[in-house]
Design a protein around this ligand. Structure first.
Ligand SMILES: [Zn+2]
Length: 291
């Protein structure tokens, strides 16, 4: 099963169906030129999404999930004509397609949560009365860094998660952490950076190359700049060192800037650690000593 590839699989099914028709000599109806045009423009996008790798799964998926999803989600079906990977950005989906995919995913979750994990439906019911997360995770918004997945597939109600690009400890993040520790009584706070972080790399470019960042991105990475500056020339892996130091710095600043959390740390109720996630190996390296 590959929930992410439903749309792509359906497109592939259509594409392969058309190719089959062309192979059977029905191309003279006018289908063939369309297929050929698509094929000549699309190979990179198709490969980038691993569509070919999922080709063997497509018939089974198309027989239930995708079919029912399209019945229930006309907007998703409408998006298909625009499902033109040639004009789409790197992700391969247009904004409209991405939104439709999100809606489909959420619909699957609501209709049959067990399709995602064994006990999500039960947990959803259990948690309706209240949450008691056991860890707070401040991490990057990077789509490869999903705490619930990388921490062993923990279910609903376990992690209280704060995310932004570069896992920056801004006011929103600090307030969220205060809420999670003080009111939800989460006993652990993890500030987790990750290897190959684009936000940290951008901050490093500002420091090292004088790069100018557009829009609000420059402001967003400002808290990373002093960390990057301090790491400059300290390691051959400038970005990697800054990622690590940024996580440690964020973890340290929590108690320094929040009397609420500091009090909980002092009385042993809360522990704060830093961590770095390796997006290649899947390993999380914890840094316990942040002082
Ligand atoms: Zn990142």
């Amino acid at each position: 099963m590959c929930l992410d590839c439903d749309n792509q699989s359906m497109k592939d099914l259509k594409r392969r169906h058309l190719m089959k028709l062309a192979g059977l000599g029905l191309a003279a109806t006018g289908i063939a030129p369309i297929v050929l045009a698509s094929e000549t423009k699309a190979p990179v996008a198709a490969d980038a999404h691993g569509a070919d790798a999922h080709a063997t799964e497509a018939p089974a998926e198309g027989s239930h999930d995708a079919g029912s999803a399209h019945v229930a989600a006309p907007e998703a079906a409408e998006a298909k004509p625009a499902a033109d990977p040639h004009t789409a950005p790197a992700g391969g989906l247009t904004p409209k397609q991405a939104l439709a995919k999100l809606k489909e995913g959420n619909r699957r979750f609501v209709d049959d949560a067990n399709a995602c994990a064994a006990d999500l439906a039960a947990r959803r019911t259990e948690l309706a009365a209240g949450q008691h997360p056991w860890a707070i995770v401040l991490t990057c918004s990077d789509s490869r860094v999903t705490p619930e997945l990388i921490f062993g597939g923990v279910t609903l109600g376990e992690l209280f998660v704060v995310r932004n690009a570069g896992n920056v400890l801004d006011t929103g993040a600090l307030g969220t952490i205060e809420y999670g520790t003080e009111h939800l009584h989460a006993p652990l706070v993890v500030v987790m950076g990750h290897k190959k972080c684009g936000a940290v790399a951008a901050a490093c470019d500002v420091v090292k190359k004088g790069a100018q960042l557009e829009g609000s991105i420059g402001k967003m990475v400002q808290p990373i700049l002093p960390v990057a500056l301090a790491a400059l020339f300290t390691s051959e892996d400038f970005v990697g060192q800054t990622v690590r130091n940024n996580a440690v710095s964020g973890a340290k600043r929590i108690a320094e800037e929040s009397p609420i959390v500091s009090h909980l740390v002092d009385n042993g109720t809360v522990k704060i650690v830093a961590a770095v996630y390796d997006i290649e190996t899947g390993e999380v390296q914890f840094i316990d000593k942040i002082a």
